[in-house]
Ligand binder design. Structure first.
Ligand code: ADP
Ligand code: MG
Length: 370
């Protein structure tokens, strides 16, 4: 075997350095802050040059999961990353729950396509703060989620990290071709539905952040979580609403559109309306808000409706149905009918309890816990 020809490599490296230098100079001249663009506009901008190349790519970027043609049915692919200090704070997030959450939030994106999850892959970035036992704790949670959602862990990647814990999960799922639910197929006059209740995860985050500040100020103080168990659970261990996906099938209903609520109701509703070219009216009085959430939100001067509309990480499903399907679902206690769609493109309105109609603010959830 021949050795490397050093002069050749040197020339090659020089070329790369020259190229990088050129790119860096251009970057200096024309620098756009990511924060100025925002997450969604950044994705749009990066995605623009990537049209589908293959006939088997049914849907690329822009929905909860990508869709591939498997012949008889569709395949679904989704990935989500959890990063320490951005998505979770280890001072109040048990490792086992974190492992569970990493799987559940990905499965939630498969549920949002009306699909059934099959296989998962888990990639880890570990700093030297973590022992083998700590990683095993995370995997206990991953195992529990794999059992609950009946999926197989089939691979992943493990690497060192200098910036805390990184957990990246990908899920493969399946859906019958005639049952798939996109964000882009809702129609005017469809009924707007949401599962479970809203704002619980947000309320929990607020309590934990407050208790953390109290604890940091005086380490002898013990947090008082009595009566708040439900909302604490909601954010520590969110569940993907696969139960509702199965119940929709049993009821013979195919949603006209669907998305999962990771960034808050108003943000997700905005996605559906934008993708489908419709508007929406939401009734404040129909928003499902748990008593504990309402109590905590008032205690923190937040307003339960603000928590329900803007709070993220509930991982409930937001979907639309045809009016004629309402009768098939109206007795399902897990589903609330919160409004309807209108032909007024991108016009999102909230009808308050007092009868006023105000714009529904679509501000994305920042996930920041610090
Ligand atoms: P969700 O909240 O449902 O996980 P996201 O808002 O993260 O969805 O992503 C919206 C769409 O953008 C998805 O189709 C996702 O696959 C795609 N996407 C997100 N980040 C990137 C990226 N860096 N490159 C390509 N596509 C991306
Ligand atoms: Mg989603």
């Amino acid at each position: 075997m021949k050795g490397w020809r050093r002069p050749g490599i040197a020339r090659f490296l020089k070329l790369i350095f020259k190229d990088n230098e050129k790119i860096l100079i251009t970057m200096e001249e024309k620098r756009t802050e990511i924060a100025a663009l925002g997450e969604f506009a950044l994705i749009d901008r990066l995605a623009a040059p990537f049209g589908p190349r293959l006939a088997s790519t049914v849907k690329g970027i822009g929905d909860d999961a990508a869709v591939t043609d498997l012949g008889d049915e569709y395949g679904l692919l989704t990935t989500d990353m959890l990063i320490e200090g951005i998505h979770f704070d280890l001072t109040f997030h048990p490792l086992r729950h974190l492992g569970y959450k990493a799987i559940a939030v990905n499965i939630s994106d498969i549920a949002a396509m009306n699909g059934i999850p099959q296989q998962v892959m888990v990639s880890l970035g570990l700093s030297n703060r973590f022992s083998v036992e700590a990683v095993e704790e995370i995997y206990q949670g991953i195992k529990a989620a794999c059992e609950d959602y009946k999926v197989d862990l089939v691979g992943g990647d493990t690497t060192a990290s200098r910036s805390g814990l990184i957990l990246s999960v990908s899920v493969f799922g399946k859906v019958a071709k005639d049952r798939i639910a996109y964000r882009s197929t809702a129609g005017a006059n469809d009924i707007l539905c949401v599962t479970g209740d809203l704002g619980g995860a947000y309320a929990r985050l607020q309590i934990l952040s407050r208790e953390k500040q109290v604890f940091l100020a005086d380490q002898k103080m013990q947090p008082d979580f009595e009566g708040k168990e439900y909302i604490l659970q909601r954010q520590l261990k969110p569940e993907a609403r696969m139960d509702v996906v199965y119940e929709l099938a049993e009821a013979g209903v195919i949603p006209t559109s669907m998305i999962d609520i990771s960034d808050g109701l108003s943000s997700e509703l905005h996605h559906i309306c934008k993708a489908s070219g419709v508007g929406a009216v939401v009734f404040e009085e129909h928003l499902p808000i748990d008593d504990q959430t309402a109590f905590v939100a008032s205690e923190l001067n937040l307003g339960p409706v603000t928590a329900a509309i803007n709070g993220g990480e509930d991982y409930e499903l937001l979907f639309t149905i045809r009016q004629e399907d309402h009768a098939k679902l109206k007795n399902n206690p897990k589903i609330s009918f919160i409004g309807y769609l209108t032909p007024n493109k991108d016009e999102l309105l909230l009808r308050t309890k007092s009868g006023n109609v105000v714009p529904l603010r679509a501000q994305g959830w920042q996930h920041l816990e610090e």
